[in-house]
Each structure stands twice: as C-alpha cells, then as structure tokens.
Design a protein around this ligand. Sequence first.
Ligand code: TRP
Length: 444
Amino acid sequence: MANIDSSSRDGFTSKFGVIAAAAGSAIGLGNIWKFPYEVGNNGGGAFLLIYLFFIVAIGIPVMLSELMIGRKAQKNVFGAFKLLAPHKAWRLVGVMGVFAAFLILSFYAVVAGWTLEYVYLAVTNGLANKTPEEINNIFDVFMSGKLIPVLWTLLFMLLTALVVLGGIKNGIEKYTKVLMPLLLVIIIVLDIKALTLEGAGEGLAFLFNPDFAKITPQVILSALGQAFFSLSIGMGVIATYGSYIPKSQRLGNTAISVSFADTLIALLAGIAIFPAVFAFGMEPAQDEGLVFRVLPNIFNQMAGGSLFQVLFFLLLCIAALTSSISLLEVIVAYMSEELKIKRRTATWATTGFISGLGVLCVLFSSVFGAFVFISSNVLLPLGGLFIVIFVGYVLKQAEVKQELEAHGGRFNLFKVFIFIVRYIAPIAIGVVFLKGIGVIDLIL
Ligand code: TRP
C-alpha cells in the first residue's frame, strides 16, 4: 500500500471484507455515543425524522459518490482529485478531508479513552451495585481527574497506530467481521432490558414522537452533520476504501448495506438509552457523558449484567478502533502516496501530533466542543457538497455510469442518483449549511 503503482496496492480479499471494513468505519462512537447525545440535545423525535431523511436522500448518494471517486482513481482522496479533476483547486477538497481527519481523530480518541476507562471500571466491578446518582458521579470524578483521561487517550492512539501499521488486509478485515455482529447482539440484549423498565414508554415517545415545534435551522444542521459523521462521509475515508474495492463489485449495494447497518445500530442504541433515561429519572438533554451516565444503570438491573457490561464497553472500544483506523488511514495514505513519506514515519508523526491535540481536548472542553462542531457541522457538509458537485457536474456522466455499473452489471437507480447528485443534494446541503450557521439570516 505504500506504493503509488496501483497494481501493487493492497486490496480486500472478499466482498464481505469491503462491506465489513466500510461498516467498521461507519459504526463507532458516532452511533452509540454521539447519536443519542445529539437526539437528546435536539429535542428527540423530530431530529430523528430529519436525520433518517438525510441518511436516505443525501447520505447514501454522497457515500456512493465517494466510493465511485475512490475506485475510479485507485488512489487516496487527494490523489483521486489530482488524477480526475481538470483544475488544481479540486485538490483542496482532499486537503480539507485530511484536515477534518485530524480534528475528528483528536476528539474521537478522547471519547474512545472514556470507553477504555469504562472497560476498566466494569472489569474491576467499579460500576456494580451503584445507584444512578453514584453512576452519574463516577463520570464527573473521572473527567475532573484529567491525567487519567489523557493516559487513556494516548493508549487509544497507540492502538490505532499499531493497527494501521499492520496494513489493510491483516489489520482491518480480520477484526470487523466477527466483532461488529457481536456488538449488535449485546445492544439488542440491552434494548430488551431497557424496554421492560418502568417508564420506558416515555423514552420511546421522546425518541419517536416528533415535536415539530422543536425544529430550528440549528437542529436541521446538526441532523445533517450527524448523518455525515455517522456514515463517515464527506472527507475521503470512504473514497479511500472505495479505492480498495475490486472493479467487479457493485458499489450501490455496498453503499446501501453500510448505511443500513449504521442506521440500525444508531437506532438500537437510542432504543436502549432513552427508555432508561426516563426510567431512571434523568434528563435527555445532557453533556457528552450521556451514555456513560445512563447505560451502567441498565446493566446493573440485568441478570449477568456485569459480564455484559464488560463485553459492551470492550466492543464499543473496538468499534471505535475500526473507525479511528479509517481516519488515521486517510492521513497516512495522503502522506505516503502524495508526500512520499514512509508509511511508518507518517503513522508515528501523525499519531504524535493528534495525541497532542487530544490532550488539548481533554484539558479544554471548549476545544473539544469546537472540534466536534467544526468537523461534523462545517467540514463534512462542505466536503459532501464538493463531492456531489464533482460527480454531478465535473465528471462525465457516461464515466460515472460505467464505474457504477462495474463490468456489465446494471445500476437501475442511475437516473435517480444523478438527479439527487446534481440538484437535490447540492441545494439541500447548501441551504441547510448556510441557514444553520446563520449566514442566510445575515444576508436576507
Ligand atoms: N463514522 C464513525 C462513527 O460513527 C466516525 C468516523 C470514522 C468518521 N471515520 C470517519 C466520521 C470519517 C467522519 C468521517 O463513529
């Protein structure tokens, strides 16, 4: 993979391998940590409805566009734009993606560090037999300690670097295939328990009954940002994976399966968390600690809960790892393929730098918050906007069609896809973005 010559690039060995790795990138803290926290802070059901609409109408087409760009070019994002785009300015989309990867990985490693702490707490019985109030305090005390969150962040970055150095095939494919289905099973067990708690109905109502009065431009932008973040789209991760997909595989199926799996996990996480939030008398709108303050209470009421708790946080951590490696991979692929830096050197230098930013995120919650907001709600939507414009207007439609139909297969939805990519997605992203950050209000 260090080579620029595409014939010697590493690839995936099986069809399931690609879907598993792309799903591994998509499924992560975004589904289980960020999604519930966004739903809670943005009023519940109405946010969910808009989120689901964005996944289908914008997320899937953007994912397909990205897969297509990557596979056509057989290169990392930056190299792909360099090869396919007529004008140099398009390379900035790749640069923006690499920049987004830095920001995302910095706070991502911090939250992944929290999951490591919770694995530790669960193993040492630190969460068992505690009241909801005590569980709540445990998170606050942990966060105020600073040093321990920093150490976990560094450990997580180290793990990420070690997997990335192992290369695509051995590193990624092996883990995701078995572990993600197992995570799904545990979440379903959690759901069942959560749904039988007294007061669960109120949580379900919060999640599924839309209250349209709660919709504001900011809520809509957050839903768009969350859709992009959760699907790992808008900055080149998926394009990089696309470049590893064999030419014989149909990309439309990949985009749909990955998006479906990702959305399912987020929904199931919500179905565990909100019933519990109301059953334990907590508030749905909370800080970033939401899942860590809520979920241990469900495990504590479950037969065999301690074991499930250990497994859950461990698998969550692994889900975070299969996402973080995709982020680090974007940066490393760029540095090694474009800047000709050795993979090993690129990996360690990037890991060191991001660890530094991660420490800043631990020390200053404003930095943490800014990184989350700027990456999800600014960089990813803008990246997605440029990607659809590129596929809709810059590439020749016949080329796009050919790449999507891969070796004689048919892509029946091509007309729908092109219509969305040319008209719906650019306008929708543009309006939601400008309105959400307040630019439209300034002008009108
Ligand atoms: N989608 C991942 C999650 O939900 C996070 C992630 C991995 C990501 N790679 C990305 C987000 C690229 C945006 C872009 O946890």
